[in-house]
Design a protein around this ligand. Structure first.
Ligand code: 6GU
Length: 477
């Protein structure tokens, strides 16, 4: 990930970024940062970059020419580096108190970019004509006025860079923290066990991970309610719906409650008559209409701009209004299997199960037919596919789907009837339990082999049938 900062004060950027974790990530080559001096591009013989605003008013304005030429040079550099891979125009973020307020989700969005250009203003602003030609995003870091865009650029770079893979060593640590779930972080303690007469809470010394998780959640809730009632309100709404879904039908609605509970689902609508959850990571809409009369209204909760995608319809009566609005191309009828207990499943120990890396792409793609090669590639890169090895040879694999369900199970012909599928699934169930997740999977109606396996491992299979509805993007044209 590469950051380019157009500024009149390059040392300020360099000084600000060279220490701490950000500095380490730069040294390790995980991210790169280049401060470009706008003044180097002025055509003025006195190296002047500002002038009085037409029409009068306080202060000076940065002129269009040096800003524009500086941007051209940066763009040129990026194009050269990308070569034939040149894609869409590089995002150019203008730091200004008039911009949209920066937040965690925006950081997540920007972390997907390969290159980002920041434009730091000074004086009273920049000539509008240059902004019109180069800026893609106007961003502020809060409702107060600073003397320039350098500190805001550093703030944004810090927040975005730490989300890039490999910047934080513990892959999990970017997920489970403040704002991830509309909850503030729980309090933390390190040695010594007693300090200033205060003891570390007993539960943290217990070694009981379930109890610790529960205590931390409770502390987060208390803290959020006290200090950020605005966030707490959002959280409480979601929690209430989750509890309702679990009470109504834990198996059928496991996808929705888990998406919300794992902090990846956004509650688009939640009422007495149904709910719509958007799983941000998988970009899947999950719909539920508790009574037939509300079906139309529930489908209407899907934002207007959505023209295609994947939808999980939990009740059959959602299908007619869905098909009136979207050209549904494919319907996959499923039943839900959930593992309701919190005890791990036993493992034989004879079969080795390992996370598969990207080098397995050809093998997995050749055997997995319910998704594209691109999907398998994404899953492998996310570390979501695991293989069973017998005498060092891959005998089969299992995965976690992008929306969080267990699946992609396949045992190669010559290794069947040896209990490998059960081993793989037990492994995944235990893994999900250790993360505090409810293990669940989708079983395609009529897949008796899978049904039998689920029951054997103690999963409960819903009698209700739900529908995966797929609306391909070209059908929208
Ligand atoms: Cl992005 N720029 C300036 N100058 N002041 C700010 C800001 C940006 N965000 C908050 N205050």
């Amino acid at each position: 990930m590469n950051f380019y900062i157009m500024t009149l004060f390059p040392e300020m950027i360099e000084q600000g970024a060279k220490n701490s974790i950000l500095g380490r990530a730069i040294d390790n080559g995980i991210i790169s940062l280049e401060a470009v001096n706008i003044r180097d591009y002025t055509e003025d013989k006195h190296r002047k970059v500002d002038d009085y605003p037409y029409g009068g008013g306080a202060g000076m304005l940065m002129q269009a020419q040096p800003v524009y030429d500086c941007w051209r040079a940066v763009e040129e550099k990026i194009k050269e580096k990308r070569g034939s891979k040149a894609g869409a125009k590089t995002r150019v973020i203008y730091l200004t108190p008039q911009g949209k307020t920066f937040h965690q989700e925006m950081a997540g969005e920007l972390a997907k970019e390969e290159d980002i250009i920041f434009l730091c203003g000074h004086y009273e602003g920049i000539d509008e004509r240059a902004l019109e030609e180069i800026v893609t995003d106007y961003v502020s870091i809060g409702d107060y006025v600073l003397t320039g865009g350098e500190l805001p650029a550093l703030v944004m770079i810090d927040a975005v860079a730490r989300l890039a893979p490999g910047v934080l060593h513990n892959e999990d640590s970017a997920g489970e923290e403040t704002f991830y779930n509309d909850l503030l972080e729980y309090p933390q303690y390190s040695r010594p066990e007693q300090w200033h007469g205060k003891k570390v809470p007993e539960v943290l010394l217990s070694g009981n991970h379930k109890k610790i998780r529960e205590w931390r959640l409770e502390q987060s809730e208390i803290k959020t309610q006290r200090w950020r009632p605005d966030l707490y309100e959002k959280y409480a709404l979601r929690k209430k719906l989750m509890e309702k879904l679990v009470k109504k039908n834990k198996a059928l609605y496991a996808d929705m409650s888990e998406s919300l509970g794992r902090g990846r689902g956004e509650l688009i609508y939640g009422g007495e008559d149904g709910a719509v959850v958007w799983d941000k990571k998988a970009d899947v809409y999950m719909l539920s209409s508790f009574d037939k009369a509300s079906a139309e209204k529930i489908v209407d909760q899907i934002p207007e701009r959505i023209k295609d995608g994947q939808f999980i319809l939990h009740e059959e009566w959602l299908l007619p209004p869905m098909e009136r609005r979207f050209p549904v191309k494919e319907k996959m009828m499923c039943q839900r299997a959930v593992y309701n207990r919190d005890v791990s499943l036993p493992r034989s120990g004879e079969i080795e199960i390992l996370q598969l890396d990207i080098s397995w792409l050809p093998v997995i793609s050749a055997h997995y037919h319910l998704g594209s090669e691109g999907y398998v590639e994404e899953r492998l890169l996310s570390g979501a596919i695991f293989g069973a090895f017998i005498e060092g040879k891959l005998a089969g694999f299992i995965g976690e789907h992008i929306e969080g369900s267990l699946g992609m199970l396949e045992v190669f012909e010559e290794y069947r009837r040896k209990g490998i599928a059960a081993e793989l699934e037990s492994y995944m169930i235990n893994l999900h339990l250790s993360r505090g997740h409810l293990p669940y999977g989708d079983v395609i109606v009529g897949n008796e082999a899978s049904m039998k396996l689920q029951r054997k491992l103690g999963l409960k299979v819903s009698k209700e049938i739900y529908c995966w509805a797929i609306v391909p993007s070209d059908a929208a044209l």
